[in-house]
Design a protein around this ligand. Structure first.
Ligand code: HEC
Length: 263
């Protein structure tokens, strides 16, 4: 009874150890992605060895405008039995995100300096001898230049870090000044045309200068014409400056009264 209990206790311990080992490995999860916090300048090769060095290529626009999002591609050549691949892409500025035509098996993880990095979710199989990963990068605003650093690991898919080998490459992206923010063209503000208010032709018969000729003003004009009132009673009636009001000046005043002023 006692020995049975002890045996089952050992069994339980064994199961626990096995679980810790499995979970411990899952926690490392290199098969499922790597942040740059896991390695230094040696990159993936700090842990992976035994395989042949692949050719890795990072391509995409190298002249971009501030704030623009573009697609980039990392290609890892398959070498021999190393026909699967994993990656880590980090940036000095801007924002990396999952996307593009070959984004299958990729994810964004938080890496150095709290920046997003692109890595695999599982080893990705080569197609026609090449493992292809795409992702997106958004330039910061303002922007002068940034460098993407990519590690591509050509692995054999045995879920171990043996028989694999990686290589790295960088891509420097600079601001495209030829399409820099256009300088706004100064808008031509039209100069308002000065309205001639002064020196406008006086309206015949407009005694008080209010722009209209009233019946009372015409009567004043008639009175001047009949010498009942002096010329000084309404100088605007004297269009020709002859010191009196003539019949045509009266007619002009009537026209001003029924039409528009000045006449
Ligand atoms: C600190 C050590 C370490 C570093 C650094 C490291 N790995 Fe690994 N990697 C491992 C170990 C251990 C395994 C096997 C266990 C596992 O899958 O977690 C592994 C497995 C893998 C696998 C699956 C391999 C296979 O053959 O199935 C891939 C893919 C992978 N790593 C990619 C990378 C990439 C890409 C990098 C660099 C950006 C990298 N690793 C950096 C330790 C590391």
């Amino acid at each position: 009874m006692l020995s049975l209990m002890r045996t089952s206790g050992i069994c339980r311990s064994m199961i626990l150890i096995a679980l810790v080992l499995v979970c411990g490995r899952a926690a490392h999860a290199n098969s499922f992605g790597v942040t740059s916090l896991l390695f230094r300048s040696g990159g993936c090769n700090e842990c992976h060895a035994g395989g042949q060095t692949p050719t890795v290529q990072l391509t995409g626009p190298t002249m971009v405008t501030a704030g623009a999002t573009n697609e980039y591609t990392l290609q890892i050549s398959a070498v021999g039995s190393q026909n699967k691949g994993g990656l880590n892409v980090s940036t000095t500025a801007g924002v990396l995100a999952v996307g593009g035509a070959d984004a299958v098996n990729t994810q964004a993880v938080t890496g150095a300096a709290g920046r997003k990095e692109i890595t695999h979710t599982a080893p990705k199989a080569a197609v026609d001898g090449v493992v292809t990963f795409t992702f997106l990068w958004t330039a910061p605003t303002p922007f002068s230049s940034a460098t993407l650093t990519a590690w591509g690991n050509a692995v054999n898919g045995d879920a171990f870090n043996s028989g694999d080998r990686a290589a790295s490459t960088t891509l420097t992206i600079t601001a495209d000044v030829s399409v820099a923010t256009p300088t706004p063209t100064p808008t031509m503000i039209p100069t308002p045309t000065a309205t001639a208010t002064l020196g406008a032709p006086a309206c015949v018969g407009d005694c008080n200068g209010d722009g209209t000729v009233t019946i009372n003003e015409i009567i004043t004009g008639v009175n001047i014409a009949l010498d009942v009132s002096p010329m000084s009673a309404c100088p605007p009636f004297d269009k020709n400056d002859d010191g009196t009001v003539t019949i045509d000046e009266l007619l002009a005043a009537v026209n001003a009264a029924v039409g528009s002023c000045p006449q």
